[in-house]
Design a protein around this ligand. Structure first.
Ligand SMILES: [Zn+2]
Length: 99
């Protein structure tokens, strides 16, 4: 009688492990796909690098600074302010665009 319970437990454990592994593998594949999509967007110029922190942000982002012909995009107002401050300290002043 006790063997039946033991076998049941072992089989159950193995099934759970198998399922978990499968789930993990799927998650990794999803992450890889996401990364590939991101890379493609960067290559197409839809994603641009936040010059302050290095994060990639969408080109649609409203947090921008225009410096002549160059438009910088930022992930947050915090990053934009830091960037502007650094420019000012470097002797340059660029008024923030938009909001
Ligand atoms: Zn940033």
């Amino acid at each position: 009688m006790i063997w039946k319970i033991l076998i049941f437990a072992v089989v159950g454990y193995l099934l759970v492990r198998l399922f978990k592994n499968d789930l993990l593998r799927k998650q990794k594949a999803d992450e890889k796909q996401e990364q590939e999509e991101m890379d493609a967007k960067i290559a197409q110029g839809e994603m641009v690098k936040d010059p302050q922190c290095g994060t990639y942000v969408s080109k649609d982002s409203e947090i921008t600074v225009r410096d002549g012909a160059t438009v910088y995009h930022f992930c947050s107002y915090d990053c934009r302010d830091k960037f502007l401050k650094a420019l000012q300290e470097g002797g340059r002043e660029i008024p923030p665009a938009g909001k």
